[in-house]
Design a protein around this ligand. Structure first.
Ligand code: ME8
Length: 676
């Protein structure tokens, strides 16, 4: 069930898994929790009522063993570890409405009540058990599952166990479950996970062993009708999703209002959620979850990350180094939510420098600095007759359905992609409208103020759409703009529309939102100035401008708030890139273009043929020094006439402080060699 399809008044009951406290949290836990937080915040901003639950799974073998390792009683141990999770969520600004611990009375009583009901109904029975037990995964396997004596999941040795136990009649509900999923194919996402579960359900379902003898493992919820047993940790843990609403004010009515829930989990715990849990719910006369979204796995340098492997990325360390909002952004932007992704410092640094420092941070700094500088005595006034730029207005309007819609479909990277397109549009608008040029002409004061109003509103709206992903950054932007929004009650409908800024703004220059990073993650001490100059003419001309041709930098405004960083362009896919034919070309001849100071006419060999290309490089190269060089040419650009000469391609070069620098190759190669 797509969350966008539920009625706006219907509750979104959203849950994370409750995490084991056998060790401290890692980035995988943060991933699921942040994703839920983004969905919860987005849904609230659309006006939907939300109940967002997370918590800790504190019973079971793993936790018990960890406590033993530290020579602590399990209760003292869990009391020490649990705050690591609770406090981490606070530092990540997770907006959960409740936090459940499975050692709390409200949960224990709820589990015992459910056990009693199922026992009385005959859905739980006592029976002999003989099987192969994996201590690590806390589950039994049959002989055929473990031909090599190793757990099929974790590959650790299994041990044979014979004992009397209690079983939940899960097999009884197999046909019902298969039918349910046939009728509700949208209730497990992504679709591949739905198919996985349907495949799993083709094999006969066994009954589920839901008890552990106290003599073997005492750390669990006592079974009310069999005191020498505790409840199997998964049966205990899954029930948190209903014990919390049931024990809250309103009890059964409260649960009825919230149910069915949307569970966000990692793909590792899909079977427990998509098979065990709906059958337990059905036996308790409750509907299966509305949606189970099983996201992908984070690896580190290609390896599975887990607490037990010791290669876990510590979110506390990263939040301290970068700030929790940056980590939130990275996790939501990098990779697709349903797919695996690899965590690397270099990818993180790249996102910080390009998306955050360059695109967003610079935009805010330059816009606020200009409003401050070009206002009267630091006070900027939105003109009485201000009409917003139709292009920006349209782009902002398109974000209103699109960004929340994508976030509620768990397509976080796409939602952020749409928002960053808007940010790029604003950056291009700064460059094309060049307020520092308008400011030189008193007759264009009204135009200048309108452009700045557009930009200030655009940045404010950016913060509204950013808020679910980067709540602290959104607040900093609102504060920088002296805008009155707060995260509580923020709404797309009222705050995400044009025209909410105060009419008079006394803005002060702001410190950078984000600091640029070196490849090792350390803060770059002195930001390297980068300049961007637009081409001499637009329209795909194969000419590079010489510096100073166009006023794209702000000469009156030196320092880091300059419009100096090149805004990132919208993301393209490989297919788009593959349309571009880049080719090494040997310069056979070069001569000046008559009557032009900048243009040279080159005859180049591109392997399959000769071409004439015209390039604006006369200020940086003499014709003589070019002949014999192998340069890079864009070969499939539509020909264009420049000063009367048809250019059949474009020479590529980098803009430098002193002119341009042609792209050449560090080895000898044939013209026309493939560039990939
Ligand atoms: O399974 N990549 O708790 P747990 C992405 N207590 N997500 C990851 C991850 C990774 N490398 N590693 C962990 C339990 N996760 C049970 C749950 S619910 C009733 C009981 C996330 O501490 C992901 O959400 O092992 C995964 O499902 C969860 O942490 C497992 O957390």
């Amino acid at each position: 069930m797509d969350l966008n399809e539920t009625s706006p008044r219907e509750w979104l009951y959203l849950t994370t898994p409750i995490y084991y406290v056998n060790d401290i949290p890692h980035i995988g836990h943060a991933y699921t929790t942040i994703a839920c937080d983004v969905v919860a915040r987005t849904a609230r901003m659309t006006g939907k009522p939300v109940f967002f639950l997370t918590g800790t799974d504190e019973h079971g073998q793993k936790v018990w063993q960890s406590a033993q390792k530290f020579n602590l009683s399990p209760k003292i141990y869990v009391d020490r570890i649990m705050p690591r999770f609770r406090d981490l969520w606070k530092s990540f600004r997770i907006s959960n409405d409740d936090f459940v611990r499975t050692t709390e009375d409200r949960h224990i009583l709820g589990v015992q009540d459910a056990l009693d009901r199922l026992w009385k109904k005959g859905d739980i029975y006592e029976g002999p058990y003989e099987g192969w037990y994996c201590m690590f995964d806390e589950r039994f396997w049959t002989q055929k599952d473990v031909p090599d004596g190793l757990c099929p999941d974790c590959k650790r040795p299994v041990e044979q166990v014979r004992e009397t136990n209690y079983f939940f009649r899960m097999s009884r509900y197999q046909d019902w479950l298969v039918n349910w999923y046939r009728e509700h194919p949208e209730s497990i996402r992504p679709e591949s996970r739905y198919n996985e579960i349907m495949g799993f359900l083709e094999k006969p379902l066994e009954d589920l062993c839901i008890s552990r003898p106290v003599s073997r493992m005492p750390w669990g919820i006592p079974i009310p009708f069999a005191k020498e047993y505790v409840t199997y940790v998964w049966f205990d843990a899954l029930l948190n999703y209903i014990t919390v609403p049931l024990s809250s004010p309103g009890g059964a009515e409260n649960l009825k209002r919230l149910w069915p829930a949307t569970h966000v989990i990692g793909k590792d715990i899909l079977t427990t959620h998509a098979v065990y849990w709906p059958t337990i719910l059905h036996a308790l006369d409750l509907e299966p979850p509305r949606l189970i979204f099983a996201h992908g796995w984070w690896t580190v340098n290609g390896e599975k990350m887990s607490k037990s492997r010791g290669n876990a990325v510590d979110p506390v360390v990263y939040a301290e180094r970068y700030g929790s909002d940056i980590l939130r952004y990275f996790l939501m932007r990098e990779g697709q939510f349903g797919q695996d992704a690899d965590f690397s410092d270099s990818a993180l640094v790249q996102r910080v420098n390009a998306d955050l420092a360059n695109d967003l941070g610079n935009l805010l700094s330059r816009v606020v600095a200009m409003a401050n500088r070009y206002g009267e005595a630091g006070v900027f006034r939105i003109p009485e007759d201000y009409t917003p730029s139709p292009e920006l207005l349209q782009a902002a309007r398109e974000m209103l359905p699109e960004v929340p819609r994508l976030a509620l479909r768990f397509e976080f990277h796409k939602a952020l992609g749409v928002l960053w397109n808007f940010i790029s549009l604003l950056n291009r608008y700064v460059d094309s409208r060049a307020p520092w040029v308008l400011a030189k002409d008193p007759g264009r004061k009204n135009e200048l103020d309108s452009v700045l109003s557009d930009l200030l509103e655009g940045v404010r709206i950016t913060a509204v759409y950013l808020a679910p992903f980067m709540p602290q950054t959104a607040i900093r932007i609102f504060e920088s703009l002296k805008s009155t929004e707060s995260l509580t009650g923020l709404s797309y409908q009222t705050d995400g529309v044009w025209g909410r800024l105060p009419k008079t703004l006394a803005l002060e220059p702001v410190s950078p939102l984000f600091e640029k990073r070196n490849p090792d993650g350390s803060v770059q001490k002195e930001p390297r100035p980068s300049r961007q100059e637009p081409p001499e003419k637009s329209g795909g001309t194969p000419v590079l401008a010489s510096p100073g041709d166009a006023p794209s930098t702000d000469p009156e405004n030196p320092g880091q708030v300059q419009p100096e960083a090149r805004p990132a362009k919208p993301e393209i896919d490989l297919e788009a890139f593959q349309k571009v034919e880049l080719t090494p070309a040997r310069v056979l001849a070069a001569e000046p273009v008559p009557k032009s100071k900048k243009l040279l006419k080159l005859t180049v060999d591109i392997g399959r043929e000769k071409r004439t290309v015209v390039a604006g490089i006369a200020g940086s190269y003499t014709p003589e020094e070019l002949v014999g060089k192998t340069i890079l040419v864009l070969a499939n650009l539509k020909p264009a006439k420049l000063m009367g000469v048809e250019s059949q391609g474009m020479v590529l070069a980098a803009q430098t402080e002193g002119g341009v620098s042609l792209i050449t190759f560090d080895r000898d190669l044939d013209p026309g060699s493939e560039i990939r």
